[in-house]
Design a protein around this ligand. Sequence first.
Ligand SMILES: N[C@@H](CCC(=O)N[C@@H](CS)C(=O)NCC(=O)O)C(=O)O
Length: 216
Amino acid sequence: MAAGATRLHYFPESGNSYKLALMLRLCGVAFEGVWTDFGSGVTRTADWRASVNQMGEIPVLEWQGRSLTQTGPILLRLAEAYGRFGAINDDDRYAILRWLFWDNHKLSGYMAVYRYLRAFTPSPDEHVLGFLRKRIDDCLRVAERHFETRRFAIGDAPSVADLSMVGYLLFPSDEAGYDLERSHPAVVAWLDRVRQLDGWQAPYDLLPGQRLRRYR
Ligand SMILES: N[C@@H](CCC(=O)N[C@@H](CS)C(=O)NCC(=O)O)C(=O)O
């Protein structure tokens, strides 16, 4: 294995960071967290973009001497490297990619923006929140149907697709304001199965440090 510490650039509220932290934790890989002052806008500065991530996004994973961004391909790479939560055949590979793309575009994509605006900004536009909420409702409907008949995203075994899709659903429910217990029992049962994976930890336990100001 190439030299170099495993370091995760994160902020505690980042569900995308949680996806990688959870994967590393479940694979038994120790990592150093690099708390990033997202709230102050550091990821928007030209300096940070030039030196850490040209895309201006958290998370960034320093791993085996490389600097990696975008959780989807990172999760696939870690799965390959550690032999956990990956595909065992071409159909699985396709299924994992299918749900990773869906999650990035839809479930996590909308949930991340909605929760951030709702809980961590002082005066979010109610029309924007309403639009996002409708999109999330539809995503959760898709997930609910899916988990009525499956234990995990692509079948009986957990994969990186699950670790991506749970990214924003395991934070305290008052942040996004969804009472999934009441509205989405199959999603909750799936989240419980993920919680039971050996080594599982909740987001704020895995990603400690100074928090963003809460407005709601
Ligand atoms: N598709 C990216 C999403 C990363 C992302 O959107 N990260 C958020 C924080 S959790 C961010 O840095 N947003 C800044 C922005 O969109 O300007 C991934 O999977 O890594």
